[in-house]
Design a protein around this ligand. Structure first.
Ligand code: WTA
Length: 637
């Protein structure tokens, strides 16, 4: 890498070999973004070509209108022509001594087809939603693809979410089939996932459960309702015709957190999402024939969907998925996996980087890491120290570091510098992906000046992979994304600014969403969970800075009974784990007499947040109970 002032550029050698190494692509794409995306769409397989590339009836839009597609044909069938025996997927189990599993494109193709046939026999049809609650095992990828093969809409629920969180999502999707596993390994222990699934399907429409045998743990098995995955596919045919999907038909629903308590089901389309997944993966990770790509995100999140499933497969690439915890059995595990497979592209979250930084340089220095060519970061702002550490200790100062900004809603990466072009600047994600038009607007709706912070928005024609709706909640879709700046501008809910080079720096969310270790959680979701506790009359949750996790939630609760602070903390933590899952566990729970409120009774979370920073609290005279702030200050001291 070449350093010029604060900016880093790929060296000549890297540049020369990179798939995209000429800035001209940006100009060409901006001149006619629709034509640009249309050109890319031609490189995937369509059963029938579209009639119109882009249609905009604000706030609604469509891409590749009239086209018929099944994304699994590009991800699997087409790869059989030249890459039949190429390794598609490598699965690394958590236990060090256990054998990895390797699937060629042909293996994957056959298994997906078999499962697709089995799902059909179970009654699944085009348009049906199918829930997936699975650990990181090959079968989760196979399940997603099998759904796509028959036109069923998959809704993956993160395996570490609680049964209650699973239930809420299954209720919303009205899925009749759930695919899960008996259990999986986490830090050497078996987690009984099936038990969670059994609980999670209560009061839902789920009639059948497909259970992958993974951990061999004992589970409750209900004949006629539960089916072993391995038995189901055993005698199925290797061929299942790919359902003809309309370009705009939904491919999947993935739930994410918004500013309220209820998770939102982001709906992604078959055509647009597919095109974007393929080309963002190809160009941003510079995927070439011999590369081995490893994105560490769990498939329960959008990063897992786009870069541990669709993106690499649509490029006929080889990729790794890992079942376990990154630092188990020791903090060298990730480096060991990089060396073991000769990973060329490594994509992870700043939280993980900060965690490894804390463990110390001896771990990365024990390993060669010389196969690495590109590093990626995603999910939260990466601070300068973590950037430098990652760049130096993992990438050995030779790998471009792509800081990639995107959201569950955008379906794929939309802001980052391309590895063969650059420039890279710590704490700046970079520039827009070719063919995507961003603006940063101030309160008046005008473009911000250099360095001025404002709202990050996307302008038409957006990107083909942008969400098409919130499942069964059209009002929320309009309100969240298309009302803040009018119905022709997509509102990201992120604050951002630009530097003189045009590089975009993401400052963070401007709504009540926090990123806890890169996981997206709404403070409202936590508040709804806490409010279910019968002794608690009021509560407020805010995100505060954390050295490793970026942000963590802290809760303030007002109790109507005489409970000790210790007891209430324990109960609130239990409540949140039950309703959402351990990832949302608050760092602290403060028992207070009163919460700061405006005269109209609105809880002033902004003030609570400021109590954790060095910021001035400002004028408290608008509060109906300024004394509450003093009381809380004493508790925090
Ligand atoms: C944040 C994750 C800074 C941002 C793919 C966004 C980032 C939210 C970055 C979406 C980045 C994502 N730098 N912040 N490179 N990438 N974010 O839906 O606030 O889990 O709105 O999607 O993560 O989170 P989500």
């Amino acid at each position: 890498m070449i350093k010029k002032g604060e900016l880093y550029y790929p060296d000549k050698n890297f540049q020369k070999k990179a798939l995209i190494n000429n800035r001209a692509i940006y100009k060409k794409a901006s001149a006619n973004p629709v034509k640009f995306w249309e050109g890319l769409a031609k490189e995937i397989f369509w059963q029938k070509k579209w009639k119109k590339a882009f249609e905009h009836k604000p706030p609604y839009f469509k891409w590749f209108v009239g086209g018929k597609i099944n994304i699994t044909e590009s991800a699997l069938d087409k790869n059989l022509e030249e890459k039949k025996n190429k390794v598609a997927l490598i699965w690394e189990p958590e236990a060090v001594g256990e054998r990895q599993r390797i699937f060629s494109y042909y293996d994957l193709f056959r298994e997906v087809n078999r499962l697709a046939n089995a799902l059909k026999k179970m009654g699944a049809q085009k348009g049906d939603r199918i829930g997936i609650y699975s650990p990181m095992i090959p079968e989760v990828i196979i399940s997603m693809l099998a759904c796509a093969r028959i036109g069923a809409v998959h809704a993956v629920v993160f395996s570490a979410f609680s049964p209650k969180a699973l239930q809420v999502r299954l209720q919303d999707t009205e899925a009749k089939i759930l695919i899960t596993a008996d259990g999986y390994f986490r830090r050497g222990k078996v987690v009984n996932l099936k038990q969670g699934a059994d609980e999670g399907i209560k009061e839902t429409k789920v009639e059948k459960i497909v259970v992958v045998k993974r951990a061999g743990n004992e589970i409750f098995f209900q004949p006629d309702r539960d089916f072993w995955y391995q038995d189901l596919i055993k005698n199925e045919s290797d061929w299942c015709p790919a359902e003809a999907m309309d370009s705009e038909d939904p491919l999947f629903i993935l739930y994410t957190s918004g500013s309220t308590g209820k998770p939102k089901g982001c709906v992604h389309s078959c055509g647009g999402y597919g095109v974007q997944a393929k080309f963002t993966a190809k160009w941003i990770f510079d995927l070439k024939e011999d590369d081995i790509f490893w994105s560490t995100a769990d498939v329960g999140w959008i990063t897992g969907h786009t870069y541990s499933c669709y993106g690499p497969l649509l490029n006929g690439a080889t990729f790794v998925i890992f079942e376990g915890a990154p630092d188990y059995p020791d903090p060298g595990r990730w480096c060991e996996i990089i060396d073991k497979y000769g990973i060329t592209t490594f994509y992870t979250a700043p939280t993980a980087i900060r965690m490894f930084e804390k463990y110390g340089v001896e771990y990365p220095r024990k390993y060669k890491l010389d196969s690495l060519q590109i590093l990626g970061s995603v999910g939260e702002p990466i601070d300068k120290a973590a950037w430098q550490w990652y760049f130096k200790e993992v990438g050995r100062e030779k790998c471009p570091l792509v800081d990639t900004w995107w959201q569950t809603e955008t379906g794929g990466i939309l802001i980052t510098s391309l590895p063969g072009i650059g420039p890279f600047k710590p704490t700046f994600a970079g520039i827009h992906f070719p063919g995507v038009n961003f603006a940063i607007l101030n309160e008046k709706g005008k473009s911000c000046k250099i360095g001025e912070q404002g709202n990050l928005v996307i302008l038409p024609p957006f990107a083909p992979g942008l969400l098409r709706g919130i499942y069964k909640n059209p009002e929320k879709y309009l309100e969240t994304y298309w009302s803040e700046c009018g119905n022709k501008i997509y509102f990201t809910s992120d604050g951002a600014c630009k530097d003189k080079n045009g590089l975009i720096r993401i400052v963070g969310r401007i709504d009540d969403v926090i990123k806890v270790a890169g996981h997206r959680i709404a403070t409202g979701e936590l508040e709804s969970a806490i409010a279910l506790h019968s002794d608690i009359t009021e509560c407020a949750v805010v995100g505060v800075a954390d050295e490793i996790k970026g942000e963590v939630p802290v809760a303030f609760v007002v109790c109507k009974t005489d409970k000790s602070a210790e007891n209430i903390k324990e109960e609130v933590v239990r409540q949140i784990r039950k309703e959402i899952g351990p990832i949302a566990t608050p760092k602290e729970v403060y028992l207070v007499k009163d919460l700061p409120k405006t005269r109209s009774g609105k809880i002033m979370r902004r003030i609570l947040r400021k109590l954790f920073t060095s910021e001035e609290l400002g004028d408290l005279s608008a509060l109906s109970n300024p004394e509450s702030v003093e009381e809380i200050k004493l508790i925090l001291r």
